[in-house]
Structure formats: structure tokens, C-alpha cells
Design a protein around this ligand. Structure first.
Ligand SMILES: Cc1cc2nc3c(=O)[nH]c(=O)nc-3n(C[C@H](O)[C@H](O)[C@H](O)COP(=O)(O)OP(=O)(O)OC[C@H]3O[C@@H](n4cnc5c(N)ncnc54)[C@H](O)[C@@H]3O)c2cc1C
Length: 388
């Protein structure tokens, strides 16, 4: 019972990483008492996550949208990508929670706890997790392991991100058929580029409804980006949707960090964004979170230390850092690079590359399509300048 016994683990934060990890731990058959502590500040009803995978992931079946094709475009060109063997998936917060509940149900010692974690104190016997319950009462629970997506009371301040994705999504309803419900539009660069490297993403939910989202790679300190006029222009001039209504808006910022903001400290193991799962080059994290969760679960089930379950590759981190540097100093060059990547490679190669999972021979093929010398010079020039 919380406050008395020592539980096997407390997962701090019940968002993408916390929920995913609970499912992976339960499926690996690890742990008799596992608590998932969440403050409820980010209701799952308002959340959804997109990722791509080949369909063998533990949570792949929870996706409510599964698409086999993706469009990419820029000024004067467009291309439809056949994603096979991958599919682009989107899971809503409630669907993810329902699937996790189903997967943990054979293990009655897995419980959700509503509360706000306040501090973690490590001692020889484990970790004391202090939290506040919904009535404001101070509580504590002892755990052998803490898998932490939040960092309550962390002494070290989180370093500034290297960049951020600034986005505005509009949920649009049109008077006539305007969207292809069989394909996501992953990156369309036909939008104003004056605020930085910008693209529009379109996720259709039917022929007449879609999320139309504009994203800009921005400097961490840059002011909020005025997306509205660009989205109006995109709906009018690129999608030509005609009569339409905006039924909801989603604004957001995704911090892009080349290095994770937190490292494991004994029995406290960071997970999720805190463990650097947001890929700095793309802003996607859900796929990585699945691989990290599986690796942590496998380590614990095998009696190994779970803090070494890395899912990053050093070369990929260097490439992401280069892309962010060029995107900041010379957005047109970064866009040209991404457009070449998308125009000249098959989708499975692009997606495996972004997953940092491309075999060496395919890697060489991908590099052969890219303007690496030009990009290298742009990166060197960006590195020699002081950031704006
Ligand atoms: C707007 C936006 C859209 C994104 N879309 C995608 C996408 O489509 N695909 C993708 O791959 N990535 C996406 N990302 C990136 C990444 O996947 C998400 O940020 C993801 O939610 C990170 O997972 P997490 O578990 O680390 O954090 P979160 O999902 O944010 O979970 C943290 C949880 O901890 C809770 N919490 C906070 N403080 C406390 C506390 N003191 N005590 C207890 N609980 C606490 C929060 O309420 C929350 O429920 C997006 C990011 C943003 C910001």
C-alpha cells in the first residue's frame, strides 16, 4: 500500500512514456507492485500521438488511424510515398490508455495513482517518492525503481533546448470533399519561409475533415510565430478547400534537444522527453519511446540495470545537431537538404533513416542522393557564426 511497503517501481508521469512503459513492463511479466503516478494536468482526451512502424509494436494495435501512403511536396514538385512495410499511425490519448489498461490487467499490482510528485530522495534501500494527493495531502511511497518522465524537485536545471518546433494546428471542416483520407501529407514546404524553415502537415480524418498544421523550426528564444495567415493561404491556394470552418485549434511547442536533459541516477531512470526521446531533427518521440520502453522492460526482466537502455546513435545525434544548426543559420539550405532527402529516396529508406535503423549499405545509398558537400559547408559556416 502506498506509504508503507516498498513497491517495485513508481512510474512518474502518465503521458506517452509512462503509459507505454507500464504496458511494456506488464507484458514482460516484470514487477508485482507498479504505480503510475500522474497529476492529471494534461487530460488524455486532448492528446494524440503519431508515429510510423511496421506493425509489430506492442501498442501498434491501439492506433485509430493507420495510413499506408504519405505525400511530400515543395515549390514545383510533389510526390506520393508508398510507406509499405511501414504505416503511419495515430493513437488518441483515450485509446492509448484503454490499450494499456488491457495489457496491464493480468497484473493486479499495477495501479494508477492520481497525485503530483514533489521530490525523489534516493537512499541505500531505494527511492522515497513524495507526492501530493488530489486533496492536497502530502504522501510518500517507497520504490526500488523510479522511472521518471517529470523530474520532480530535480536539483539540476534543465538546459535550454537547442531549438524548438513552433506549431499551430487547425481542425478544418470543408463543404465539399477536399482531403484524401488514405494519405497523410507529412511535409509540404509550400508555405511562407520568412520565419524559418517551415512546412505544413495535413492529417485527414475523412474527405471533409482534417488537421492542417504549420510547423516552424525556431530558435528557442524566438517570439511566437504568426501561423494564421500562412495557414489561411495554404487552405486557399494549395489545398483550394473552398468553403470551410475551423472547429478547433491546437498550438504547441516541441523542445528539440540534441542531448537528453537528464541522465540516470542509480535507481532513478529518466524516460520520455526527459530521457531525450524527442528526436531533435524531427520532433517525433513516440516510436523511440516504444523502443526505449521495450529495452527498459527487457533489462529489468533480465535483472540488468535499466539505465543503460540507450536507443540513440551517436552519428544520428551529430546529424540532428547539424540540421538544427543549418536550419537556424540558413533555413533555405536546410529546406533544400530535406527536400532532396524526400524526393530522391524510397519511403522505407527515409523512415528507417529517421528511426536510426538503416543498414550500412542502405545508408550509403541514401548519402549518395544527398548534397552532402553543400550541406557540410553550410554547417561549417553556421558553426563559425554566433547564434542570432
Ligand atoms: C504539441 C505536441 C505534439 C506532439 N506530437 C507528437 C506526435 O504526434 N508524435 C510524436 O512522436 N511525438 C510528438 N510530440 C513529442 C513527444 O512525443 C511528446 O512530447 C510526448 O508526450 C512526450 O512524452 P512524455 O511521457 O515524456 O511526456 P508527457 O506525455 O507530457 O507526459 C508527462 C506526464 O506527466 C504529468 N506530470 C507532469 N508533472 C507531474 C508531476 N509533478 N507529478 C505527476 N505527474 C506529472 C503530465 O501531466 C503528463 O501527463 C509532441 C509534442 C508536443 C508538445
Amino acid at each position: 500500500m502506498p506509504g508503507r511497503a516498498t513497491v517495485d517501481a513508481v512510474i512518474v508521469g502518465g503521458g506517452a512514456a509512462g503509459l507505454s512503459l507500464a504496458a511494456h513492463l506488464a507484458t514482460a511479466g516484470w514487477g508485482d507492485d507498479v504505480l503510475l503516478l500522474d497529476d492529471g494536468a494534461q487530460p488524455l482526451e486532448d492528446r494524440s500521438w503519431a508515429w510510423w512502424s511496421v506493425g509489430d509494436g506492442l501498442l501498434d494495435g491501439a492506433a485509430s488511424t493507420v495510413l499506408g501512403a504519405a505525400d511530400v511536396a515543395g515549390e514545383g514538385w510533389s510526390r506520393r510515398l508508398d510507406l509499405d512495410p511501414y504505416a503511419y499511425r495515430v493513437v488518441t490519448g483515450p485509446d492509448l490508455a484503454a490499450e494499456v489498461t488491457r495489457l496491464v490487467s493480468p497484473r493486479p499490482g499495477y495501479r494508477r495513482l492520481r497525485g503530483t510528485a514533489r521530490s525523489l530522495a534516493v537512499d541505500d534501500a531505494g527511492v522515497q517518492v513524495a507526492y501530493e494527493d488530489p486533496d492536497g495531502r502530502a504522501r510518500a511511497v517507497r520504490a526500488r525503481w523510479v522511472l521518471d518522465s517529470v523530474g520532480p524537485g530535480a536539483a539540476a536545471t534543465v538546459p535550454d533546448p537547442d531549438a524548438r518546433l513552433d506549431l499551430l494546428g487547425l481542425h478544418v471542416e470543408t463543404d465539399r470533399d477536399a482531403f484524401d483520407p488514405g494519405a497523410v501529407s507529412l511535409m509540404d514546404f509550400r508555405t511562407g519561409q520568412e520565419d524559418g524553415l517551415a512546412f505544413v502537415y495535413v492529417l485527414p480524418t475523412s474527405a471533409r475533415t482534417a488537421l492542417v498544421e504549420r510547423t516552424v523550426y525556431a530558435a528557442p528564444e524566438a517570439p511566437a510565430i504568426p501561423h494564421d495567415p500562412h495557414l489561411s493561404a495554404y487552405l486557399r491556394d494549395v489545398l483550394r478547400v473552398g468553403g470551410h470552418r475551423i472547429v478547433a485549434r491546437e498550438e504547441g511547442t516541441i523542445p528539440l534537444r540534441v542531448r537528453p536533459p537528464a541522465a540516470p541516477e542509480g535507481p532513478v531512470v529518466p524516460i520520455g522527453a526527459r530521457a531525450g526521446m524527442i528526436k531533435a531533427g524531427t520532433g517525433y518521440a513516440f516510436g523511440r519511446i516504444q523502443r526505449h520502453s521495450a529495452a527498459i522492460a527487457a533489462a529489468l526482466a533480465a535483472g540488468r540495470y535499466p539505465g543503460r537502455a540507450a536507443v540513440h546513435r551517436r552519428w544520428a545525434r551529430t546529424q540532428d545537431a547539424a540540421l538544427l544548426r543549418v536550419a537556424r543559420a540558413d533555413p533555405a539550405e536546410a529546406r533544400a537538404f530535406l527536400e532532396t532527402l524526400l524526393r530522391r529516396n524510397p519511403a522505407p529508406r527515409i523512415l528507417a533513416f529517421l528511426d536510426e535503423d538503416l543498414p550500412p549499405r542502405e545508408h550509403l545509398r541514401l548519402y549518395a542522393t544527398l548534397p552532402l558537400l553543400r550541406f557540410g559547408l553550410a554547417c561549417a559556416s553556421a558553426s563559425s557564426r554566433r547564434p542570432r
